[in-house]
Design a protein around this ligand. Structure first.
Ligand code: 3AM
Length: 184
C-alpha cells in the first residue's frame, strides 16, 4: 500500500526561508523538516499498486496554463486547540483551478476529499498542547511574512513514508503542464 497525495514542490530558496520561521521557544511545536515543506493540493490516501497506476494515468491528463504563487502570511488550524502552524498563499485563481481539476480527476477513483474546503497552506509545524496565546503571539510576530512569487508549471505525486517518529514525503512523479509560450 502507498499513502499518496498531490502537491506543489517549492523552489529551492523557499524551504530555506521557511526554515527561518521556526521558533524553538514554542512548546509543543514539532517543526517540519525543510525537505518536507510543500503545498498539498489533493489528499488521496492509501492505495494499492494497481490503483496507483490508474491514478498516474488520470493525473497525467490534468492540465493547467501555469500560474504564479506568492507565499504570504501565517496562520493556525485548530482554533482553541491549535494543531498546525502554516504559511499562507496569496489568493490564486490558477491554483484553485488546478486543485478543482485534481479533485475532479481523483474523485471517481478515491472518493471525496475528507477536507471539504481547499485552504492552501504550507505546514510549518504540528502542535501538541501549545497554548493558543503563544500561537497568537507567533502569528503576530510573523504576520508580515511575504516572499517573492514563483512560477508553477507542474504538480507532483507524493508518497508519505513512515520512519517511526518522523515521516517524510517522497516525490514519486512530476506532472509538467504542456508548454505555453505566453507563460512567464
Ligand atoms: O499539507 P499538510 O501538511 O497540511 O495533513 C496531511 C498533510 O497535509 C494531509 O495530507 C498532507 C500530506 O500527508 N492529510 C493527511 N490525512 C488526511 C486526510 N484523511 C489529509 N488530508 C485530508 N484527509
Amino acid at each position: 500500500m502507498l499513502r499518496l497525495f498531490t502537491g506543489i514542490r517549492l523552489p529551492a530558496r523557499l524551504p530555506e526561508r521557511l526554515a527561518r520561521m521556526r521558533d524553538y521557544n514554542l512548546p509543543g511545536a514539532a517543526w517540519e523538516m525543510r525537505e518536507n515543506l510543500h503545498l498539498t493540493l489533493r489528499f488521496i490516501g492509501d492505495v494499492d499498486e494497481g490503483m496507483a497506476d490508474d491514478l498516474d494515468a488520470v493525473l497525467g491528463r490534468v492540465q493547467s496554463p501555469g500560474f504564479t504563487l506568492t507565499l504570504k502570511g501565517t496562520g493556525a488550524f485548530g482554533g482553541e486547540n491549535p494543531r498546525v502552524l502554516w504559511a499562507g498563499v496569496a489568493e490564486s485563481a490558477g491554483l484553485r483551478e488546478l486543485q478543482k481539476k485534481l479533485d475532479a480527476a481523483c474523485l471517481p477513483l478515491c472518493g471525496p476529499d475528507s477536507h471539504a474546503r481547499f485552504m492552501p497552506h504550507i505546514t510549518l509545524a504540528r502542535l501538541e498542547g501549545t497554548s493558543p496565546q503563544m500561537v497568537a503571539d507567533y502569528l503576530e510576530r510573523t504576520s508580515r511574512f511575504e516572499e517573492q512569487p514563483f512560477g508553477v508549471r507542474s504538480f507532483t505525486l507524493f508518497t508519505t513514508r513512515d520512519g517511526g517518529k518522523r515521516k517524510w514525503y517522497e516525490p514519486l512523479r512530476d506532472y509538467h503542464f504542456a508548454q505555453n509560450p505566453e507563460m512567464l
